[in-house]
Ligand binder design. Structure first.
Ligand SMILES: C[S@@+](CC[C@H](N)C(=O)[O-])C[C@H]1O[C@@H](n2cnc3c(N)ncnc32)[C@H](O)[C@@H]1O
Length: 186
């Protein structure tokens, strides 16, 4: 399967495989940026012939892309029917009613640090408890040397119970799941 070339995130094949394994109906993404992660997940859904992505960004940093560029690329990859792309702040989403925030997989990439991961975790713990999966950029020790201000991700690792899926590299990738529900290699 041909996937987008990211240039930084070498773990896109891993993201693709996890989506294939979990067969989610509903994916939520925060921080698509240029949309390579979104396209990767959509290609897995296309292969599965099921599922949909609601993807949200603020596009507050040109470096990470814009909504038009994303939409153009979704068309190039022929996945535009599988994605609803909107401008939405994660911090507004967590204020919405809990019953409107259900998902099977949530991919989180909003210039992550430990504080943001904790904000995410506290607001989706009930989803994780009932079987939803969180995937996020970062989590490695090396990545914490390149983060923004605030808590390091590794400062909250035990509280959240996340698992790093990549080597200890800058552009790492991690997962949170209910270990009582899943017996898996991730
Ligand atoms: C590191 S970039 C995402 C990289 C992208 N996933 C990729 O594959 O290249 C972080 C993105 O998060 C967005 N962002 C930052 N804070 C946000 C928030 N509170 N809610 C939604 N998006 C946010 C930024 O606009 C930016 O596009």
């Amino acid at each position: 399967m041909q996937l987008p070339h990211h240039g930084k995130y070498e773990w896109l094949p891993m993201l693709y495989n996890i989506i294939k394994d979990f067969e989610p109906d509903k994916i939520i993404e925060f921080g698509p940026g240029k949309g390579q992660t979104t396209i990767t997940m959509a290609l897995a859904l296309k292969e599965l012939e099921k599922g949909y992505i609601n993807s949200y960004d603020l596009w507050n940093d040109e470096y990470w892309g814009d909504i038009k560029g994303c939409l153009d690329d979704f068309k190039k990859w022929n996945v535009e029917d599988l994605i609803d792309l909107q401008h939405l702040d994660f911090y507004d989403w967590i204020k919405s009613p809990i019953e409107e925030r259900d998902f099977d997989i949530l991919y989180f990439d909003i210039d992550n640090n430990g504080d943001k991961l904790l904000d995410l975790y506290k607001n989706v713990k009930h989803n994780i408890d009932s079987g939803s999966i969180i995937l996020f950029e970062g989590g490695s020790i090396v990545r914490d040397n390149h983060g923004s201000d605030g808590k390091k991700m590794n400062d909250v690792k035990n509280e959240i119970g996340y698992k790093v899926l990549t080597e200890d590299v800058k552009y790492s990738f991690s997962i949170i799941y209910n270990k009582n529900l899943y017996n898996m290699e991730y």
